[in-house]
Design a protein around this ligand. Sequence first.
Ligand SMILES: NC(=O)C1=CN([C@@H]2O[C@H](COP(=O)(O)OP(=O)(O)OC[C@H]3O[C@@H](n4cnc5c(N)ncnc54)[C@H](O)[C@@H]3O)[C@@H](O)[C@H]2O)C=CC1
Ligand SMILES: Cc1ncc(C=O)c(C(=O)O)c1O
Length: 307
Amino acid sequence: MIQRIAIIGLGTMGPGMAARLARGGLQVTAYDVAPAAIERARTMLGTAEGVLDALGIAAAGAGTVRFTDDIAEAVAGVDLVIENVPENIAIKAEVYRAIDGLIASDTIVASDTSGIPITQLQAHISHPERMVGMHWSNPPHIIPMIEVIGGEKTAPQIVETIRDLIRSIGLLPVVVKKDVPGFVENRVLYALLREAVDLVERGVIEPEDLDTCVSWGIGYKIAVVGPMALLDMAGLDIYKSVSSFLNADLSNRGDVAPMVLEKTGASKLGIKSGEGMFSYTPEQTKALQAERARKLVAVRRILEGRE
Ligand SMILES: NC(=O)C1=CN([C@@H]2O[C@H](COP(=O)(O)OP(=O)(O)OC[C@H]3O[C@@H](n4cnc5c(N)ncnc54)[C@H](O)[C@@H]3O)[C@@H](O)[C@H]2O)C=CC1
Ligand SMILES: Cc1ncc(C=O)c(C(=O)O)c1O
């Protein structure tokens, strides 16, 4: 049974994950290579705990989060390590090498990778049968769905253990049956994002209007009626007719869009740098994050039938 968990990497995802796991009664140690990230994570942890309170998620037992700047201390005696460092195989492999001699051969190692196949990652760790994908969605303390992915060498029992852990703390595991790049959530999301970026880049629509169209036309509906159910709601005959002429016109670019390369090349990364598709002052960012959390909490409570 999993009781002690180490989180390695405390950037965008780590603090919210730590808060949610601790709320589930688990003992979490949290480590980052950058001292500034640890300090930021302490503040983010408090914010995430406030959101969990607003969601009405009661503490299941005496879960804790302990921060440390020592990786050996972080992983000592844990049942599960969740690797949560940047989406780069070399950086992830460095973490696996660093922990390999510090953990027991049956300690489960999960990666929160957004889409690097687990089969590729498990080439960098001894005992690859205990490595598994555990892909959370951002913000991790609010979004309940977590994908679980086994690689070619993952023992089926490990997939089940992680699925059961997620379920046991009241979250929603979805087991992905094939280790395809991007798994399922990001394959669907990136199909949408590719088309959205293309439409803005070609001047078909302004960025603000694109968001209004997708959020109110598709997003609001899709939270209640998933894509497979939506096909039935619209009618498969309609889908057949529209897709017969539209699919061939959709963006099928295999590289990164020039607009994205231009912005990232100019360090316009979004909220984290103050400018991306839109601009953000620090005050606006703070207000926006609070507003988004409030709305996501309200929507989730309604979708769960709690209001
Ligand atoms: N940002 C998102 O919306 C989501 C990201 N993910 C995935 O989660 C992983 C982490 O993503 P983010 O939190 O967004 O990244 P991030 O860039 O915000 O944070 C990564 C953290 O890892 C730390 N780090 C780098 N090398 C390290 C090392 N050797 N040991 C310990 N810490 C180290 C950095 O200091 C940083 O604090 C990535 O694989 C990403 O694809 C998954 C779901 C959503
Ligand atoms: C753009 C983008 N890319 C990856 C992920 C998750 O892996 C997310 C998300 O969880 O929201 C995302 O928005």
